[in-house]
Design a protein around this ligand. Structure first.
Ligand SMILES: Cc1ncc(COP(=O)(O)O)c(C=O)c1O
Length: 298
């Protein structure tokens, strides 16, 4: 699945540091930390007319990721919300919108890794685009297990939502070469961690399973699914799960803000069952409830 550019995004306004710029003038310096070392943190947000899905949780994760990376001037939630509102209002966006929210460590006085070279403060970027859900959630996606392992905490904690995405990009390249939609990444022990850009769940004998968040991003959509299961008396189990367990599951689906809930229909050429009524129930519960999770900006 290759995303296409949308002409509606040709003239969008993008917020950088303290003001809005038209798309073609929206640039960061070659001295910016994102360019120098992927030294930035980010969130993907989805906008509905009712507000931004799980906004507070996304802002908490952004701030916590920045704290772990020892950013010194992390903007407050109120400041970030103000920048998001300004951007959405400037683009008259209130639906079918995805926001790439980035907080870079900012501009350096000279190239180099050392954060002490960052003397101009952090840089917040609000890139809002017209972007409906990226997958066809009726058709589902095919995935390939990749040789690229997802980071466990002893390497680079996957709980930090940072911009150094090469680990996941290498997995995506392997999937692309094989003509599949996404790369399925295992952890350092060989258990399933997540897809290169989303979390995974499976159904077996009336229960919903998902890998522990040891070597995956603890996704906010993942958390919503877990909450919905709990509220609806559906048994949800976090576990170490092998590739074989996923291949033989009664249903498998991916979760993420970009695509919401997407059935996985093939893993390494093995067809994955689509017959699970429980999986259909979970997908429907999410669709029916997602707007309840929206938070207005003012
Ligand atoms: C590696 C990875 N896993 C999972 C997700 C899904 O997370 P969320 O549900 O918070 O969008 C993302 C989204 O950014 C991601 O980058």
């Amino acid at each position: 699945m290759l995303q296409k550019s949308n002409p509606k995004n040709d003239h969008i306004q993008i917020y950088i540091k303290d003001k809005l710029y038209p798309r073609h003038q929206a640039k960061v310096s070659v001295f910016d930390s994102t360019v120098q070392g992927g030294d930035a943190v980010w969130e993907g947000l989805r906008v509905y007319p009712q507000g931004v899905v799980c906004l507070d949780k996304h802002l908490t994760r952004l701030q916590q990721s920045a704290k772990t990376l020892a950013f010194t001037d992390i903007p407050s939630k109120a400041e970030i919300k103000k920048a998001i509102k300004l951007t959405l209002d400037a683009n008259a966006m209130d639906d079918n919108t995805h926001i790439r929210l980035t907080l870079s460590r900012g501009e350096k006085i000279t190239s180099g890794m050392d954060p002490r070279l960052n003397q101009s403060g952090s840089c917040l970027i609000v890139l809002a685009e017209w972007k409906p859900l990226v997958y066809d959630n009726n058709k589902g996606i095919t995935v390939l297990s990749t040789s690229q392992r997802r980071n466990a905490p002893q390497f680079l904690d996957s709980k930090i939502h940072h911009n150094n995405l090469l680990n996941n990009i290498l997995a995506k390249i392997q999937a692309n070469v094989a003509g599949k939609d996404a790369g399925l990444m295992l952890d350092d022990r060989g258990f399933v961690a997540e897809l290169n850009g989303s979390n995974v769940f499976m159904i077996q004998q009336g229960k919903v399973y998902t890998p522990f968040a040891h070597a995956c991003l603890p996704g906010i959509t993942r958390n919503t699914v877990m909450e919905l299961c709990k509220d609806n008396d559906i048994q949800l189990i976090e576990a170490d799960l092998s590739l074989s367990e996923f291949m033989n599951a009664e249903g498998v689906f991916a979760t993420g803000t970009m695509g919401e809930l997407t059935p996985v229909v093939e893993i390494d050429g093995r067809v994955i069952s689509r017959d699970s009524q429980l999986m259909d129930q979970v997908l429907k519960l999410f669709k029916d409830n997602i707007r309840r999770y929206c938070e207005p900006l003012s």
